[in-house]
Design a protein around this ligand. Structure first.
Ligand code: 13P
Length: 251
């Protein structure tokens, strides 16, 4: 049985004051004991969040890491080993905002995934199609290609210690959510692609859905057989709403 994970991607939001408020709100949430919970603040706020959530059950992750795992001359970047040192246990790789707006190619995504794993961070590999690709009927092909980038380079074994997040680009921040059936179809295809290589690893990997998840639609999405939790953007900036989404993933 896969243990659900609900993760909040705070994106480029937050000031020290608003982050302190969010930490306080999160500390007061009643969280289900059978769900893993994580938040991904900006790098700037990782230290504050790690300290503020110390002693609790919420893990902290980063939204990105460098292609090199160890510190070095790479201005403006943060190494996975530094994230680990700062108290992170996870890192997002391949978020569509980075792929589409910041030029993270499939090759860069593979290197970041490998750098994260080399340091013991859990990579959360984000996959998803654009609206044009969905309308052209290319969803499964696009997602399969993004997944095979990592699969071919690092092998299926890499997914024994990784999480996948399916996030259709057209559903991110738009209020448009994939229906539970649309999401399930893609999640099943992702798991099937991994199962063709190793059924046990495919059966164990958690595949999160992301894209306009809120407390009101979370229950139906999380009820699908291949949806193992969510990657939450906007709604994760509200502690009560995020707490409710976490509870929706519990049994
Ligand atoms: P929203 O929940 O705001 O649509 O964002 C989803 C997302 O991109 C999480 O990584």
């Amino acid at each position: 049985m896969r243990r659900p994970l609900v993760a909040g991607n705070w994106k480029m939001h937050g000031t020290r004051a608003s982050v302190a408020e969010l930490i306080e709100g999160l500390r007061h949430q009643v969280l289900p004991g059978d769900v893993d919970v994580a938040v991904f603040p900006t790098c700037l706020h990782v230290g504050q969040v790690v300290a503020g959530l110390e002693g609790g059950v919420i893990a902290v992750g980063a939204q990105n890491c460098a292609v090199e795992s160890m510190p070095g001359a790479l201005t403006g970047e943060v190494a996975a080993s530094q994230l680990l040192d700062a108290g992170c246990s996870l890192v997002l790789v391949g978020h569509s905002e980075r792929r589409l707006l910041l030029g993270d190619s499939d090759e860069v995504v593979v290197r970041k995934f490998a750098a994260a794993q080399a340091c013991g961070l859990l990579p959360v590999l984000c996959l998803g199609e654009t609206l044009a690709q969905r309308e052209a009927g290319q969803t499964l092909e696009v997602v399969a290609r993004q997944l095979s980038g990592v699969l071919e380079e690092l092998g299926v074994g890499a997914f024994a210690n990784a999480v996948i997040a399916y996030e259709p680009v057209w559903a991110i921040g738009t209020g448009l959510t994939a229906s539970a059936q649309q999401a399930q179809e893609v999640h099943a295809a992702i798991r099937g692609q991994l199962a063709a290589e190793n059924a046990e690893i495919a059966g164990g990997v958690r595949i999160l859905y992301g894209g306009s998840v809120k407390a009101v639609n979370a229950v139906e999405l999380f009820g699908m057989p291949d949806i193992d939790g969510g990657l939450i953007g906007g709604a994760s900036l509200n502690a009560d709403e995020f707490g409710a989404i976490c509870r929706a993933a519990g049994n």
